[in-house]
Design a protein around this ligand. Sequence first.
Ligand SMILES: [Zn+2]
Length: 384
Amino acid sequence: MGGRTLVALNATKTATATYLPKTPFARQLEEQVDHYFESTGQKRRDVPRMYLKTAIMLAWLALSYLALMFVVTTPWQAVLGALSLGLAMAGVGFNVQHDGGHGAYSDRPWLNQAMALSLDLLGGTAYFWHYKHNVAHHTHPNVEGHDDDINLGILGRVSPYQKWHSLHRFQHLYLWAIYALLALEWQTTGEFRNLISKRHVGSTRVPFPRGRELFIFWAGKAVFFGLAFGFPLWRHSFGQVIGVYVIAAATLGLVLATVFQLAHCSDRAQFRKPLLGGTSVERPWAEHQVETAVDFGRSSRVLCWYLGGLNFQVVHHLFPKICHIHYPALAPIVEQVCAIHGVNYFAFPTARAAFRSHVRWLRIMGRNPAHSPAEESARVAAAI
Ligand SMILES: [Zn+2]
């Protein structure tokens, strides 16, 4: 009996989660979105506005870097330059790298790959990101044991299926520091650890990169460390270089993590876990994608431009291969089809409302479940 249980648990750990068959809801969604592109004559990818946006984002990044290298003279100018650099890096990640990584940028695979590789310029690794984000997260958003994005280890509890520890009572206060350290961690040590030992993210197997992929990994690290530390040390002191790096990396980590958390770790999003020993999340794929994400700030032009469509996370999860420039037009279509089929689509009117919801959820998940078992079991039931 004990042996059988162990095999079942191991199976859950390594097998990809499955979904119930496709429903009329998913079919109507696809039809309506097809109709949108046919009736407007717009292209799903290779959108001229996206090329312009890429140029602006990369120029912002380059100008922030060059200003820090050659123009800045006072500490306050350095702080402002580092903040600008961190925001520009996040902007490139949201807009250029994310679309490229999903194949949503262009119909030409080499162009998607070139855009995806901007992550290596930012200190990450496009190869590992593909498995963590495209496969593990997008295939099973908010599914315990499968979506690595909701796995904060002992430091955070964001799903009712995760074990509670007493320090979680304060997670709504301290997790911001963890978010700020995320980019610093993957830039300096995390990606090397992934290379040496990480063979799974959630239930997704990550093959060791070989040949061209391994060359790109090391070339990317050489470029990043050269740009972040090598060249700056040629003109500035060690303390100045480290100070600017820490501010830029903390800005990048905080902005990236917060935006993704607002969309998935909310008291309006669902969390699921396959039944013990099984892999099915007992819900069709499209419905699951809608129910495990929220949109926010749909009418904000600033958010729509800067966040690369990540405030339309529901649309993104349903149609990840469509350029994010189209999301504001597709969101009302998705909302309408959800209403017709009784699928629970939710959008916060502002980023502030989504932020408050994230904090509320952290506080709820931070409470000791033993003190309110009825509430906790109701949450688990609702999550299923
Ligand atoms: Zn994505």
